[in-house]
Design a protein around this ligand. Structure first.
Ligand code: NAP
Ligand code: ZN
Length: 350
């Protein structure tokens, strides 16, 4: 079937309206009419070919929510009308150790929601800046928030799970001091989730203007990271610092804030490398630099249910599809509190 979408034909071209096709749902597939799709910084990195390997036309979007509009004959977990989501994963090998552990995000054959090879035209996956998507039911998530919150649930599908998974893996909770660097789409969810897990949360920002808002999100303390004295007051105090920044920057200032055995977990994925850290900032306190990528499907469902039970959603600014190019420029300036979400109804002619 042919549907409307918004995407780019080249890395140096703006996104524009286009038509794409979706496969007819197979026996195990769920077809979703997309209501809203969040705008992740990864969409911008990909559309603009900042990372290697962008395939065009590129239709980004992996924070997808909507309603089931058709199911294949063997689908058991979903019915027409269900509120559902799709995150960053639409397929994986289903046989490897990672898939067996519910960590499809680390499967060597993971198929991303956009920009991954697929037999469907045009030969690579196309994401959620579109009217519909079709995926195997294994990769479809149930949404248990009230429908009125649906647009603000969308960013949980990437920003939510990408911060929830490392917070859980490194045991964020009562008695732990957790830093979150960068108060953007990921960072604002990291603050909310670490706070909900009971940790003492310190937000690190380059934007003095976000200080008060970060406290409302759940930060116990806010540090402007350019202020060396304010940073020094936190030396050797942190169990875990989650770094969501999308640009290369020095890591030493954050490593120095970790306790013995502390972890600096990188989730931000800048197009070029961070400067190499000073080894003495690692060896003197047995500190680690680690990384984490989104989360597996079972953990994504766990995160959605955790958020539904506590009324946690993203703070969003709803936009029309034709505002997405401006939204990218504003995201680069840090001018969004804290996630743009596309109203996919605006893909239809008015
Ligand atoms: P975002 O909304 O643009 O937020 C990034 C934040 O980083 C900004 O709001 C800003 O916060 C801070 N920042 C920006 N430029 C900076 C600079 N030059 N120096 C210091 N801080 C700066 O982006 P996002 O959607 O949260 O994504 C963040 C990164 O994570 C991107 O690289 C994205 O591709 C990546 N990502 C990774 C995964 C994964 O699985 N690991 C998943 C999704 C996204 P302040 O104003 O508070 O400083
Ligand atoms: Zn994302």
């Amino acid at each position: 079937m042919t549907i409307r979408a918004y995407g780019a034909h080249a890395g140096n071209k703006p996104l524009e309206a286009m038509q794409i096709t979706r496969r007819v749902p197979g026996a195990h597939d769920v077809q979703i009419d997309i209501a809203y799709c969040g705008v992740c910084h990864s969409d911008l990195h990909t559309v603009r070919a900042e990372w290697a390997g962008t395939l065009y036309p590129c239709v980004p979007g992996h924070e997808i929510v909507g309603r089931v509009s058709a199911v294949g004959a063997h689908v058991s977990g979903f019915r027409i009308g269900d509120l559902v989501g799709i995150g960053c994963i639409v397929d994986s090998c289903q046989h490897c150790e990672d898939c067996g552990a519910g960590l499809e995000n680390y499967c060597d054959h993971m198929i991303g929601t956009y920009n991954s090879p697929t037999p469907d035209a045009p030969g690579h996956t196309l994401g959620g800046y579109s009217q519909r998507i079709v995926a195997h039911e294994r990769y479809v998530l149930s949404i248990r928030h009230p429908e009125a919150q649906l647009a603000a649930v969308a960013p949980l599908l990437c920003a939510g799970i990408t911060t929830y998974s490392p917070l859980r893996h490194w045991n964020a909770g009562p008695g732990k001091k957790i830093g979150v660097v960068g108060i953007g789409g990921l960072g604002h969810m990291g603050i909310k989730l670490a706070h909900a897990m009971g940790a003492h949360v310190v937000a690190f920002t380059t934007s003095e203007s976000k200080r008060e808002a970060a406290k409302v999100l759940g930060a116990d303390e806010v540090v402007v990271s350019r202020d060396a004295d304010a940073m020094a007051a936190h030396h050797k105090r942190f169990d875990l610092i989650l770094n969501t920044v999308a640009m290369p920057h020095g890591l030493d200032a954050f490593l120095a804030l970790l306790k013995r055995d502390g972890i600096l977990a990188l989730v931000g994925a800048p197009a070029s490398p961070h400067p190499a850290p000073n080894v003495f900032n690692l060896i003197t306190k047995r500190r680690s630099i680690a990384g984490s990528m989104i989360g597996g499907i079972p953990e994504t469902q766990e995160m959605l249910d955790f958020c539904a039970a506590r009324g946690i959603v993203a703070d969003i600014e709803l936009i029309r599809a034709d505002q997405v190019n401006d939204a990218y420029e504003r995201m680069l300036k840090g001018d969004v509190k804290y996630r743009f979400v596309i109203d996919n109804a605006t893909l239809s002619p008015s």
